[in-house]
Design a protein around this ligand. Structure first.
Ligand code: SAM
Ligand code: SF4
Length: 351
């Protein structure tokens, strides 16, 4: 059953499917569901990374506090406002601010920044600033933030504890924090990495099932990419046949299955996917269920320092050139750049 009610066992069977003819069916069903529920518009979100400081020790990520191999930076309000103006001038509807979990970005500084963006532009503001206290989430929502991205990384408690050490013994996990965000009125975005060493097919199928149960507004999924500056390694992998591979085919399967079980969600074709498949990753993601793309507006000299994994894909060109190229590439696949903020559309299937 290729639809929203797909049973868990069937999700797992699709994750194990390798027959090209069967996979064509999966891509076709996901693309048709995307067209019916979220249409042909591709929402372009300008991505800005104002800080690469982080207090956490996630074992997969190059921004972890213990990694001395990257220089750290924090950008100014003016840097972020410049990116916001640029996104607006290019006709993109959202600015996404993503950082490490950096308490040097105070609650008040972030709230003032959100107010300034809202004063100067009509952009929607998406935050992805880590596991901050509920009071911070509330203040930023009050200041006008629209959406918050916080991937839960894996729904399996033991694997989560292994890859994501808590800062204090009883802190709420990311799944609980996503519930707070929804209660505060944010559009809430979760997601996972695909092919984390120790991730079985059953765990990944349960992750997809949880996207559906949580009714997330946005879901970001991308392959895990090993980082030599972070401790998680292949010695944690499961035996062959049990371990989910961290490859592009598996990432496309997860994008397609996520679209089928969460037809209304906004799903990006992620940078990690583009990193594994530079020539086709973004466009194939968009043809297999995704409807969002997030070009980078961080000033070029800081991008290399936001090194969550090596070889991160980016457009090595000006934002204007990116905008022009995206318009051309989208036209080639029969799609167009979305107009306006591109929030979740509920109950609007274009039957
Ligand atoms: N600090 C915020 C957080 O953790 O939510 C936002 C920034 S964090 C770098 C954004 C996402 O990058 C994480 O949720 C994780 O899924 C992804 N990421 C980190 N390291 C990665 C890796 N080695 N391979 C693939 N994705 C990775
Ligand atoms: Fe910090 Fe986010 Fe990386 Fe974890 S995933 S180390 S919270 S930037």
């Amino acid at each position: 059953m290729l639809g929203p009610e797909m049973p868990l066992a069937e999700i797992e069977a699709w994750l194990r499917e390798d027959d090209p003819a069967r996979l064509s069916e999966l891509w076709g069903a996901a693309d048709e569901t995307r067209r019916r529920f979220v249409g042909d518009e591709v929402h372009v979100r300008g991505l800005m990374e104002p800080s690469n400081h982080c207090v956490r020790s996630c074992t997969y990520c190059g921004l972890r506090a213990q990694n001395a191999a990257i220089p750290r930076y924090r950008l100014s309000t003016e840097h972020v406002l410049t990116a916001a103006r640029q996104a607006h001038e290019l006709g993109w509807g959202t600015l996404v601010m993503q950082t490490g979990e950096d308490y040097g970005l105070t609650r008040e500084w972030v709230a003032d920044l959100i107010r300034a963006i809202k004063r100067e532009t009509p952009l929607a503001v998406t935050l992805s600033l880590g596991e901050r206290p509920r009071e911070d989430f509330a203040a930023w929502r009050e200041a006008g933030a629209d959406r918050y991205l916080l991937r839960f990384e894996t729904s399996d408690p033991a694997l989560y504890a292994h890859i994501h050490p808590p800062l204090s013994p009883c802190e709420p996990n990311r799944i609980e924090r996503l519930r707070w965000l929804a209660e505060l009125g944010y559009e809430a975005g979760g997601g996972v990495m695909i092919g984390i060493p120790g991730q079985s097919y059953e765990i990944l199928a349960r992750d997809i099932d949880l996207f559906r149960a949580m009714d997330l507004d946005m879901i970001g999924v991308g392959p895990y990419i090993a980082n030599p500056d972070a401790p998680l390694g292949c010695e944690d992998a499961l035996p062959d046949g049990e371990q989910v591979p961290a490859d592009e085919l598996m990432a496309y399967k997860v994008v397609a299955l996520t679209r089928l079980v969460c037809p209304e969600a906004n799903l990006p074709a992620t940078t990690a996917l583009a990193t594994l498949d530079r020539a086709h990753g973004r466009m194939l993601g968009l043809q297999r269920g995704a409807n969002v793309i997030m070009p980078n507006l961080t000033p070029a000299r800081y991008r290399e320092m936001y090194r969550i994994y090596p070889g991160k894909a980016g457009y090595a060109e000006t934002a204007e050139a990116t905008a022009g190229r995206l318009r051309g590439q989208l036209a080639e696949i029969g799609r167009r750049v979305g107009v306006g903020p591109g929030g979740r559309r509920q109950g609007q299937s274009e039957e």
